[in-house]
Design a protein around this ligand. Structure first.
Ligand SMILES: CCCCCCCC/C=C\CCCCCCCC(=O)SCCNC(=O)CCNC(=O)[C@H](O)C(C)(C)COP(=O)(O)OP(=O)(O)OC[C@H]1O[C@@H](n2cnc3c(N)ncnc32)[C@H](O)[C@@H]1OP(=O)(O)O
Length: 233
């Protein structure tokens, strides 16, 4: 049976011995929620994306790399724990609505939005995200919308920051769009953690073409570790 997304993500967070990871699991107490893992090959994936995916799955065989599962929904339990830990007031969305809420990058029909799979290198402490932008992410005719690229960068850098520091939120993103990225093309995002200063995690990345000849976009992000008990609103 497919192991739940949270159950597969949990070892990652705790395995790195990061207090944040432990705090994240203790704060969020990942409940066993069996959901579809979207970071697996689908009919809508191009040959390039599948080839890259297979290459990285091979790298996972000796345990030096790990594929990160990716689901579309948070469980009600995680919603309750997250809001209880970090929000003092009530927030507009109600618990009964949470089961309909979707993680934005996973809210499109297969192949029409963000198709991506992330891999984490334990040794190099970095994420590689393989990405294919679907037809519903169009900006100028035939090319990806800049906001779609920012979403993917925020999610990829945020995942890296979360693996390094537990529950985080984005405080700042800075993006340079170097070349337009064609719709339905495949890009590879490489992240790095530049530094940690107290609760501040500084991460950066770029999005390159598969042949590494084109750098489409470069981005940096500042993520702040959330402090249980220090409410956000
Ligand atoms: C997330 C985990 C949940 C668990 C689920 C796990 C499974 C999930 C699966 C996959 C994860 C994928 C990951 C997705 C990632 C997406 C994340 C987003 O899109 S988040 C939405 C957009 N961001 C906001 O809405 C934040 C709004 N801002 C705030 O709430 C606050 O400003 C916050 C929390 C960021 C900081 O507030 P303060 O009060 O806690 O901290 P202060 O004291 O203000 O700042 C701390 C330090 O940071 C600096 N700082 C803060 N903001 C700065 C900025 N914009 N630029 C520069 N410095 C800044 C300050 O100057 C201070 O620095 P000095 O310690 O004094 O040196």
């Amino acid at each position: 049976m497919l192991r739940s997304c949270a159950a597969r993500l949990r070892p990652l967070l705790v395995a790195h011995g990061r207090p944040g990871g432990a705090r994240l699991t203790s704060t969020f107490s990942f409940e066993e929620v069996t959901q579809k893992d979207h970071a697996l090959p689908k009919p809508s994936w191009s040959k390039d994306l599948r080839l890259l995916f297979d290459q990285f799955m091979k790298k996972c065989e000796d345990g030096s790399w790990e594929r990160l599962p990716s689901c579309s929904r948070h469980s009600v339990q995680r919603f309750q724990n997250f809001t209880k830990a970090f929000f003092s007031g009530s927030i507009p969305v109600k618990e009964e609505q949470i089961s309909q809420a979707k993680f934005f990058p996973r809210s499109f029909e297969d192949g029409l939005g963000f198709e991506y799979a992330m891999f984490w290198s334990k040794d190099e402490k970095r994420i590689v995200c393989l990405f294919q932008g679907g037809l519903y992410l169009q900006g100028i005719p035939g090319f990806l919308h800049g906001g779609a690229l920012v979403t993917l960068i925020d999610t990829t850098l945020g995942t890296h920051a979360m693996l390094a520091g537990g529950a985080v939120m984005t405080a700042n993103l800075s993006i340079n769009f170097k070349r337009p990225m064609p719709l339905c093309s495949v890009g590879v995002i490489n992240t790095q953690l530049d530094k940690i200063e107290g609760r501040k995690l500084f991460v950066s990345c770029n999005i390159q073409s598969v042949d590494e000849k084109t750098v489409y976009t470069e981005g940096t992000g500042l993520f702040i570790k959330l402090e249980p008990g220090k409410t956000l609103v």
